[in-house]
Design a protein around this ligand. Structure first.
Ligand SMILES: [Mg+2]
Length: 381
């Protein structure tokens, strides 16, 4: 059995899918994407595909080693995301060849369903209580929201009041049996995070995410010491070695992205590494159906899994959503805020190839907003 072809599709709202074909007719799908860099990752995927075409798709680990280490310059978001999507597609092929879901190939299920959270409030969170109530009515048991919009380098009293009032509104709408997480989104300086974190403690957030930018991970230990609430990070970390300093700094939750951090192969290893620190896994996933399906396969077989992000209904999804590219949407339909475990082979979804081909190249590349402080200087989004 040989890989014969690798194709990529840039589809709305802002995703890149890859399709890996074999001479046996088995096809695997992946989602090699880093948000805002679809065209760059697409090029990287086709460069890496040269290592795969003509080879046995079932030698996944060997391909992973070659793709990640086969060139002198390696790592980082673009290359790790390209590897991630191809890795997902290879696991999809393997599952289809062996007639088993990927979670079965990884050791079998440890849970029957996966708890997921949904986003509320958008980039500039407003009317949190109403948004949370809608999600509670839809059956979700957890939500996540941005702590703030553009954030001053050191919070004013009003900035702090706004962060606190959103947390209070979320807690009130959720009651005592549901959770909310807060995303600082790398918008806070270290000193600012130390200032604001204690104010969130009375509302018992599940975790606070990206309390600092990944380039300042050497300061994470200071934040852990100062924070009365669990800290999470990892959507901008791309490998075990990237995640290790966050683990040694004492985070409670790591959030590797199945489409950024080397795919199923590497994220399951990150999960195992995190387990040695008694740290939980909450994979980042604001992307499309293949990325979410890959996340679920890992979640079903990972003992230290906490909760799954997903993008159905998220503010970034303008014009299309994850369900638009599936023949059968059942595997990604929520029941009481959870996604079901099915026995379908591979990634467990049936990608609508016709819809994907029709959507290819129909939208311009998405780019994140560029924000400015009131003095005109650059502000973190
Ligand atoms: Mg985040």
């Amino acid at each position: 059995m040989k890989i014969t072809r690798v194709e990529t599709f840039a589809v709305p709202p802002r995703w890149l899918l890859c399709r890996v074909e074999t001479d046996d007719g088995v096809v695997g799908w992946g989602e090699p994407m880093v948000e805002g860099r679809a065209a760059t990752v697409r090029t990287a995927v086709h460069e890496l595909a040269e290592l795969l075409v003509g080879r046995d798709p079932l030698r996944i680990e060997d391909h992973w080693q070659t793709m990640t280490k086969g060139s002198f310059y390696r790592g980082g978001p673009v290359l790790s995301s390209a590897v991630a999507g191809l890795d997902q597609a290879l696991w999809d092929i393997a599952g289809k060849v062996y007639g088993a879901p990927v979670y079965q190939l990884l050791g079998g299920p440890v849970r029957d369903r996966v708890r997921a959270y949904t986003w509320v409030g958008g980039d500039e969170p407003t009317q949190i209580a109403e948004a949370v109530r809608e999600q509670v009515e839809a059956g979700f048991t957890a939500v996540k929201m941005n702590a703030s919009g553009r954030m001053n380098r050191l919070a004013t009293t009003r900035d702090i009041d706004e962060v606190v009032s959103r947390a209070a509104a979320a807690r009130e709408a959720l009651g005592d049996d549901r959770d909310f997480a807060v995303d600082f989104h790398g918008r806070f300086t270290v000193a600012n995070a130390i200032k604001v974190l204690p104010h969130l403690a009375p509302f018992n957030p599940l975790f606070v995410e990206e309390p600092l930018l990944p380039e300042y991970t050497h300061r994470l230990r200071d934040l852990v010491a100062a924070s009365p609430v669990p800290l999470a990070t990892g959507e901008r970390l791309y490998s075990r070695t990237d995640v290790l300093p966050a683990l040694t700094a004492g985070v409670a939750v790591v959030q590797p992205d199945l489409s950024h951090a080397g795919g199923i192969s590497e994220v399951r290893r990150i999960a195992a590494l995190a387990e040695t620190f008694d740290v939980l896994l909450a994979p980042h996933c604001p992307l499309g159906p293949v990325s979410l399906a890959a996340s679920l396969q890992v979640a079903f077989t990972t003992p230290n899994f906490l909760i799954q992000e997903q993008s159905i209904g998220i503010h970034y999804n303008v014009g299309a959503g994850p369900l638009d590219y599936l023949v059968d949407t059942t595997p990604l339909r929520f029941h009481d805020g959870h996604l079901p475990r099915t026995a379908a082979p591979g990634l467990g979804i049936d990608v609508d190839e016709k819809a994907v081909r029709a959507a290819d190249n129909t939208v311009a590349d998405w780019h994140n907003p560029l924000w400015r402080h009131t003095d005109g200087s650059f502000a973190e989004w």
